[in-house]
Design a protein. Sequence first.
Lengths: 337, 337, 337, 337
Amino acid sequence: MLIVMDRSASQEDIQRVVAAIEAHGLTPHPIPGELRTAVGVTGNKGAVDTAAFENLPGVLEIIPVSHPYKLVSREFHPSDTVVPVGGVPVGGTRTIVIAGPCAVETLEQTVTIAKAVKERGADLLRGGAFKPRTSPYSFQGLGDKGLDILAAAREETGLPVVTEVLDTASVELVASKADCLQIGARNMQNFELLKAAGRTGKPVLLKRGMSATLEEFLLAAEYVMAEGNPNVILCERGVRTFSDFTRNTLDLAIIPAVKRISHLPILVDPSHGTGKRNKVIPMSRAAIAAGADGIAVEVHHKPEEALSDGPQALTPDMFADLMKQLRPIAEAVGRSL
Amino acid sequence: MLIVMDRSASQEDIQRVVAAIEAHGLTPHPIPGELRTAVGVTGNKGAVDTAAFENLPGVLEIIPVSHPYKLVSREFHPSDTVVPVGGVPVGGTRTIVIAGPCAVETLEQTVTIAKAVKERGADLLRGGAFKPRTSPYSFQGLGDKGLDILAAAREETGLPVVTEVLDTASVELVASKADCLQIGARNMQNFELLKAAGRTGKPVLLKRGMSATLEEFLLAAEYVMAEGNPNVILCERGVRTFSDFTRNTLDLAIIPAVKRISHLPILVDPSHGTGKRNKVIPMSRAAIAAGADGIAVEVHHKPEEALSDGPQALTPDMFADLMKQLRPIAEAVGRSL
Amino acid sequence: MLIVMDRSASQEDIQRVVAAIEAHGLTPHPIPGELRTAVGVTGNKGAVDTAAFENLPGVLEIIPVSHPYKLVSREFHPSDTVVPVGGVPVGGTRTIVIAGPCAVETLEQTVTIAKAVKERGADLLRGGAFKPRTSPYSFQGLGDKGLDILAAAREETGLPVVTEVLDTASVELVASKADCLQIGARNMQNFELLKAAGRTGKPVLLKRGMSATLEEFLLAAEYVMAEGNPNVILCERGVRTFSDFTRNTLDLAIIPAVKRISHLPILVDPSHGTGKRNKVIPMSRAAIAAGADGIAVEVHHKPEEALSDGPQALTPDMFADLMKQLRPIAEAVGRSL
Amino acid sequence: MLIVMDRSASQEDIQRVVAAIEAHGLTPHPIPGELRTAVGVTGNKGAVDTAAFENLPGVLEIIPVSHPYKLVSREFHPSDTVVPVGGVPVGGTRTIVIAGPCAVETLEQTVTIAKAVKERGADLLRGGAFKPRTSPYSFQGLGDKGLDILAAAREETGLPVVTEVLDTASVELVASKADCLQIGARNMQNFELLKAAGRTGKPVLLKRGMSATLEEFLLAAEYVMAEGNPNVILCERGVRTFSDFTRNTLDLAIIPAVKRISHLPILVDPSHGTGKRNKVIPMSRAAIAAGADGIAVEVHHKPEEALSDGPQALTPDMFADLMKQLRPIAEAVGRSL
């Protein structure tokens, strides 16, 4: 941490800051410059709470140097983490594909789609039983019954199941029936939910919030890990910007950024990330080329009848085409699919 | 709703769209143009789900015309809503001021601040017992004990209490001890929490999400109202943009925008909206001048010792100055304070 | 400037950085911490170019402490600057109002509007002779002829004229006929134009770019001032964000931010800043309440026939109402109008 | 175009709109709905100027259906455009690589880098002679002398030259010495410069503005093409968002979006798009995988001594590695490199 003093700060102001640093058990390093003085602070184990210094007279600004996350950090855990989801390793040399409908609608629909994606090479089945919907008048998902349908589809196909959990009250229920708990973008900073998901010990697929910085995203993962659960999978799904030709702006540079400072695997969701079916395949290729550990896509056998997010779902034929296109890209970056 | 067909759409494609509209009990109005055909849709009561049409062959795009919200809309409720919070009317001709510490720390701290803001003209007391913190290692609030401290401060000063609720599990508890439930920006689309808060019937202060559009904000309020709870107060607290001289960008134009399409009262939080103490007073003036129904500000008697968000809190003296500056602005817009 | 070393940086790496700092005639201050070393740098007059250090082995990041602007800075010029535009002081205790059509269309239109705004209290006349238009097929302005019309309207009303200049080739021409050169948002970083405008010595009204940070905005003003021209007036006109109920997001907190670090006057353009006629008056009030030195608004006597930006122009009656509403706000902040 | 009437609009209001449409030589199509009436408009050749209708009484909003661009549009020119730059085709089946220093510094530096990138497979040489710099105190480029250095490097290596032009006054000069004129992000809406570049007939590499929508980007290209110059190459270089781990947010989904509606080639600049050397290679792979027609990257043989943007430049060795990694990606998408 660096405390930058105002140009007009007096020697007394500087002494007060130095004393406050020492009072916190830290070491001050005053650096007198031509125009102003700055005071370096060392001796802290993690990030220092800046509030204690920010309001002292003569302080212009505080520049943090350490970051507040630990468990998610590559500095504390140098090798890549591989998260096993129902036997499928996420992270590592293989890239994986999660596929399925946006919402679980019926047993027949879900099993049909699960079989279709399994045959075409999917590794995990996705599908929403509890759906977060912008409008209270939109279809809200089948709830508990949807979880049973997903379990039946797993039985039928052998695909482990990833599904969203919306509220602490249903965390136990979802954890008892699914292989991986998804926490959606809207809940990325629902800290009680993060803690509850952490306590289940189950793998957690954590989606980046619509306007989350990388530090906020990693700290959300830190909430899960701080409960003793190391099984966190990150997922970029687009952020909100002025750019209006896609529903969100897929921020793929987060992939090398995460790989540099964290050991956690990171996937990309090009379906929500673009909101447009015709951009799903090119952006899936781009994600794998950028180094993602896999993708999560929406597939529906009758997208024009889908109860939720139809316009971005691929048909089974398009999904087969996607898989065919992804394989050489995965190989080009030294991985398999 | 307007369905715009591709230039290359065939007569068959257009007929299929017309038939699909009729199959939904709606009325199609084909409009053949020089370059393409569009099909107007009427007969709907609210917004139509576009998914049923978006994927039909030859459809280029769907342009919604109706909005999906109802109860929050001025079209359905022409006169301004006034929400009573512990006897204090929010909305209407008087503008109101909510003040207090970011976090409840101790009984003494909270009562001291409550008395200070009461004496200087505040209408309602704010203070966080459950705190949403970006890092799991930051102070998370006193919880239940904090609620009792707030109740004691109310006893002492007569100020009704507004406090945040983070999770469905504690909605009942908070509703039993506070006068108004605050739902924070990070939970604006925590739909289970919105429903639970709606069911309490208590006034709900709903903060705009960091990247929420106006429609999403109003639909979040619609979730609360759809549970039979008409007591919703909106609050602008800044949105996330590239602009970096404040912590968030306070989007004050939302005040006339809300007033035009909704009947709900709207407040402004310039403390979180700017994150900088020296910008709180000017932006409070601007909020009242733009037509806000009041403001919510953080006050701390020792901001340099505050456990949370110290740099944006006003001292009691600064708060007195704020009140003095706001009164003539309120009068200039034909209101009292 | 603070150079933060990687945790794995060797003593050799640190020595190399120290030597490089000294080689630049600056003074290094190594601060060894528990986890890493940082090196403070002093002895610089302004901002140091970081490129020389950023790529040395073992350097994690460079944190600038000084800012690269000088002439615009309050540190170098403590008292507020007042810019005289054709005899009207901009800045200081009076707030001013610039009004007129978006585009100069005809002599009659311009004189009619100029008289209308003069009678209702405007201080300066605005109007575009050279128009920057997003589409090459939109009306591009009358050019030179438009400048003559503006001059005639000044003759008729006594109002000094503010008009936009688009290109270095016409800077001399515009400077010879107008009282103040406007540089639009799209040209805020057209550095050749900034320099040319600076060389005229004429007052320059500089609009903030659509995605400009405060530092970039001030550096654009620094380009004008570095040519020896102290007469710069800043103008906030909205930035581009995801927020879609206005055409741009009016970032009013920039007013106290500018006042804190610069001595230049700052105006607000609520017409372009919102793009919606019904939001111009509330946001004008907010701008003055926040401390702006004035506003610039579009007025048209027949907005439904305007060739450019009709939907945001006020009628003369609405302009009269605006003036009436602004006066008590200006008084409430201790100023006149 | 669809004109949506207010719910409270009278029959008279609707008749007035219908008459106004007819007065413009267009055909009105009233669509009475349950809650409101909308009026479709046909008969227009391109986009209609909405201003004439937006302010008529009873009009709620205008929804444009046609787009204002023509020449850039795939509807008007179905097959892909290939732009020849000094004999190198840009667009088509081969992907191309533009490489070179950010700024031309000396003859020796430029020739050294040009040879290095030529040997490693670059197709075109880039290098700035006129540099747009945020601060007036930063190195502004060698100007005319820099153009001669670039010409000498072309002589030496055979690589055609791409270089930026900043102002209409130097367009002729740059066009006489370079093979392709680059128009930078800051000048994307410098319309006079676009027209002047269009008039040279030379290939123009047009970079997307920092906050440009796709429509604005295409309309900027339309300005060049409207002067009779079909040789436009688009370039995505990152947009400005809140996301702070890169200097800009590289919006790769624009590649399939452009390919869908325009026939122009599109490149990606991952150096400016990320601002971080360690992200250039992964994002270059992603760009090619997403379907870009090539990339433009900065290379410097001594990046730690570069006068401009050192931190994002690749060394020649890293550039060789980039080329090696890109080839299998290009093949995976059915192209060569």
